[in-house]
Design a protein around this ligand. Structure first.
Ligand SMILES: Nc1ncnc2c1ncn2[C@@H]1O[C@H](COP(=O)(O)OP(=O)(O)OP(=O)(O)O)[C@@H](O)[C@H]1O
Length: 329
């Protein structure tokens, strides 16, 4: 049969595409039929969310395990062989704070990615949606440490995440933070900036080259969001509160750094921890990539194994507005 395209269940609703080179990947390959059944035929009631590149459904396999299935369209010119090998590679990564990528399925012009199901959805909702129950400070701190540890692990494996943001942190049944892989990790994000607005390191706009330090910048933005309960960039805001860097620096200059915290925390917080998270956030979002810490250092600071360097809020490279606001305006 050579490298011929094989169409399984041709002309049936379970039709899918398999090629000979995929034989090696059969442990990671799901049949479309199994995913169709798991999601009750991709029923609207099972829809978890719609994102720019596709739709995500909840499902239950015959083994009783719960999954999330991301359906994304594939470009004609996409190098499918390379993409599938990347998916399989990412699926081999193991860390308790990563959302496990279980495998994939392929149809004509479409890719289906299968993940472990995270019952509490994403952090974006918990941090920024007033209607959702708030997360206590100890829950937030626990989640932050988990996500830092996952990103540190990825960097150790020489993998860049490329799209760290609250929407890519999911919560499992024990409220552990799990870093989700957006499509950016495969380099297929159709956003040419390889990341999401507000989390993109300034140099990425110019170089287009993702790096570990660009991941650290996005993680820093996330740290500030955790502590402040606000999006890193908020439209419309007072000019001086437009982004969390200026907001946090302003509070610090007034001698009340902890005053930048999420008001919804009320009295439930540990001053020392909030202060450390805010300072670490500022350290990570510095303009110059070389000034940012590595994820190894970030984990040490969060675990209390290392003491953060003192950094006044008027240190050059911190409180200056990052130019991408203008670029995106
Ligand atoms: N493994 C999962 N378990 C539970 N819910 C999930 C899972 N993956 C995604 N979701 C939910 O599906 C919706 C869309 O998720 P998705 O990650 O595709 O969006 P996104 O973060 O905007 O996209 P991307 O990361 O590709 O830019 C979100 O509400 C998310 O919480």
């Amino acid at each position: 049969m050579g490298a011929a395209l094989r169409s399984m269940y041709a002309n049936s609703k379970y039709e899918e595409v398999r090629e000979e080179w995929e034989e090696d990947y059969s442990p990671q390959r799901f049949s479309y039929k199994a995913l169709y059944k798991a999601t009750k035929g991709f029923k609207e009631s099972e829809l978890l969310g719609t994102e720019a590149n596709g739709r995500v459904y909840r499902g239950k396999l015959s083994s009783n395990s719960h999954i999330a299935v991301k359906r994304v369209s594939l470009d004609e010119e996409q190098d499918t062989k390379h993409l599938v090998s990347q998916i399989v590679g990412i699926g081999k990564l193991r860390h308790k704070n990563l959302v496990q990528l279980l495998g994939y399925c392929r149809r004509k012009g479409e890719l289906l990615l299968v993940y472990d199901y995270m019952p509490y959805g994403n952090l974006d909702d918990f941090l920024f949606n007033e209607e959702k129950p708030k997360l206590s400070w100890s829950q937030r701190f626990h989640i932050i440490k988990g996500v830092a540890s996952a990103l540190h692990y990825l960097h150790e494996q020489i993998v860049l995440h490329r799209d760290v943001k609250a929407a890519n942190v999911l919560l499992d049944e024990d409220l552990n933070g799990r870093l989700d892989f957006g499509l950016a990790i495969f380099g297929t994000n159709r956003n040419p900036m390889l990341g999401s607005v507000g989390y993109v390191a300034p140099e990425l706009i110019i170089t287009g080259m993702p790096t570990t330090k660009a991941d650290v910048y996005s993680f820093g933005a996330l740290l500030l969001e955790f502590a402040c309960g606000r999006m890193f960039i908020e439209y419309p805001g007072k000019p001086e509160e437009f982004n969390l860097i200026s907001w946090v620096c302003q509070c610090s200059k007034r001698g009340n750094l902890v005053g930048a915290r999420d008001a919804r925390l009320e009295g439930d917080y540990v001053s020392k921890e909030i202060e450390m998270v805010l300072k670490l956030g500022l350290l990570c979002v510095q303009y110059n990539p070389e000034d940012r810490p590595s994820m190894t250092q970030v984990v040490s600071y969060l675990e209390g194994k290392d003491v953060l360097p003192e950094m006044p809020p008027d240190t050059p490279g911190i409180s200056i507005p990052t130019p991408y606001h203008e670029v995106l305006a």
